[in-house]
Design a protein around this ligand. Structure first.
Ligand code: MLT
Length: 314
């Protein structure tokens, strides 16, 4: 069968797909994808390619869309399901990488690392101005605590942090097993010294952190977002930073990527990264091998483990 890969994928994963199928690797723009898709039985993407209703409508032979990563917000899953196209992802591939980045961002903000680097390069030696704060003894508030949130919690606890979380899908016994205290959404913002977002982008989470939530936060709180840009209202975040209600924000993900014109770009006390959460050698190797295996299973008529839309087999 014919497999189309439109975003970067680990070479070993491509080789394993090539052993069984004809594979084309091509970075297509939306028009090119629309023209090409009718020829393919499988499509593998990361977050760059938008698998829209229009694409799926043209996909006469498509059996499976593989997302070499976690979030499937770039895929019209409802349309795929209606067309009996399986959507598979690699939900475990980047867990550790994202958790490590979130912890790194917390320390980076509290110790002013981006500013300190700039200052030394400018020939300054600003020890007093750059005095930081410890993670030890602080409260971490998780917005969403699935696989990644749980790993962030473990690492934060190792630094001596207390962990609270709001997650409507997490049971109290599971939270307790991770040493996490489950609280209402507002309590995360009221009680935390560090708020870290680890939720998927859904209609419920889109824009869920805005002016109301920033108003609940203690002065000096910092925010880390390595999840999805659209969960945080960027204009409200920029205002909260300017008014110094928030002491800092580490942002890996933006409403629009790249974030040209975002109000955040001119806000103070930020640490930006270009959606690097899953960009480690280890996470990319895992994402490649998992997604190749999942797509091969669907093409072989076997049921994959990481099926996002089980209704296709219903
Ligand atoms: C993911 O959802 O897997 C990560 O955000 C990484 C990505 O989108 O490339």
């Amino acid at each position: 069968m014919k497999v189309l890969i439109t975003d970067g994928l680990e070479s070993e994963a491509i080789s394993s797909l090539r052993k069984a199928h004809e594979v084309d690797v091509q970075e297509l723009d939306p028009k090119g994808l629309l023209a090409a898709i009718p020829r393919y039985h499988a499509l593998i993407v990361r977050s760059r390619t938008i698998v829209s209703k229009a694409v799926l409508t043209q996909a006469a032979n498509l059996k499976v869309v593989g997302r070499a990563g976690v979030g499937v917000d770039n895929i019209d899953v409802a349309e795929a399901t209606a067309r009996k196209i399986a959507v598979v992802n690699a939900p475990t591939a980047s867990t550790i990488s994202v958790a490590e980045l979130a912890i790194g961002q917390m320390i980076s903000l509290l110790r002013h690392l981006p500013e300190a680097d700039r200052s030394v390069k400018e020939g300054k030696w600003e020890k007093k101005k750059l005095e930081g704060r410890e993670l030890f003894g602080k409260t971490l508030g998780l917005v969403g605590s699935g696989r990644i949130g749980a790993e962030v919690a473990k690492r934060a606890q190792a630094f001596g942090m207390r962990v609270i979380a709001h997650d409507p899908y997490l049971s109290r016994p599971t939270a307790e097993a991770f040493g996490i205290r489950l609280v209402e959404k507002d309590a995360v913002f009221r009680e935390a010294d560090v708020v870290s977002i680890h939720a998927a982008l859904t209609p419920e989470t889109r824009g869920m952190v805005g002016a109301t939530e920033f108003a609940l936060m203690k002065r000096g709180t910092i925010l880390v977002n390595c999840a999805r840009g659209e969960i945080v209202q960027e204009a409200a975040l920029a205002d909260a930073l300017r008014s110094e209600r928030l002491a800092g924000a580490a942002v890996d993900v933006f409403e629009t990527e790249p974030p040209a014109g975002s109000p955040l770009l001119s806000a103070p006390n930020t640490a930006f990264t270009p959606h690097l959460g899953a960009s480690t050698r280890e996470a990319q190797a895992r994402a490649g091998s998992i997604i190749a295996e999942q797509v091969l299973k669907v093409l072989d008529g076997r049921r994959p483990e990481f099926l996002v839309n089980p209704d296709v087999y219903g």
